[in-house]
Design a protein. Structure first.
Length: 182
């Protein structure tokens, strides 16, 4: 049996978290991203660095993902390049409860992973499910079942953007010794 949600802190040192946060703040951003609901809030998204490099090709994204893969002891099945992106939420721009994949897509094998990008967590709200809220902590990794209803929360100040690097609905096969196993 597996946990539906888990999180871990301190996989990355402060210098790395600060460097990545600074780098991703300068990404190319566009407004118009939504969750999987047609009536959902519209927020910011980035899938390209400032030099137009796709996020999937970013060495830091690969370092983060590889470290998560090592910690959680999983192998990756199929995924789509467009399912790697950074969500950007600003003041009072709350997400709406949604799921990341339908029940028809092998739901027992689909997991979403988020990495909390911002170096400073002041005025950052976290990640909410119907069961609880996971606080925003710089460098925190949250992994959860893609059919779990969830939403990202906004900032509580007008001059910041809460960023989460997301790997949405990946096919993951976990080792029996993974921390996500019960």
């Amino acid at each position: 049996m597996m946990k539906r949600i888990d999180y871990v802190d301190n996989l990355f040192d402060d210098d790395f978290v600060a460097r990545v946060s600074t780098k991703y703040h300068t990404n190319l951003w566009r407004y118009g991203h939504t969750s999987n609901r047609p009536d959902a809030s519209v927020f910011w998204v980035s899938d390209r660095l400032a030099d137009f490099t796709p996020l999937i090709d970013c060495p830091d994204q690969k370092i983060i993902f590889d470290k998560i893969k090592e910690y959680y002891k999983f192998e990756v099945g199929e995924f789509r390049d467009e399912d790697i992106y950074i969500n950007g939420q600003t003041y009072e721009l709350e997400g709406q409860m949604h799921i990341d994949c339908s029940h028809k897509q092998k739901p027992t094998e689909k997991y979403t992973i988020i990495y909390m990008v911002n170096y400073h967590s002041d005025n950052m709200q976290g990640f909410e499910t119907y069961q609880n809220t996971v606080d925003f902590v710089p460098g925190r990794v949250v992994i959860f079942d893609s059919i779990m209803p969830h939403r990202g929360l906004s900032t509580s100040v007008k001059n910041n953007c809460r960023m989460t690097l997301t790997w949405k609905s990946f096919d993951l096969v976990f080792d029996k010794t993974s921390p996500i196993m019960l």
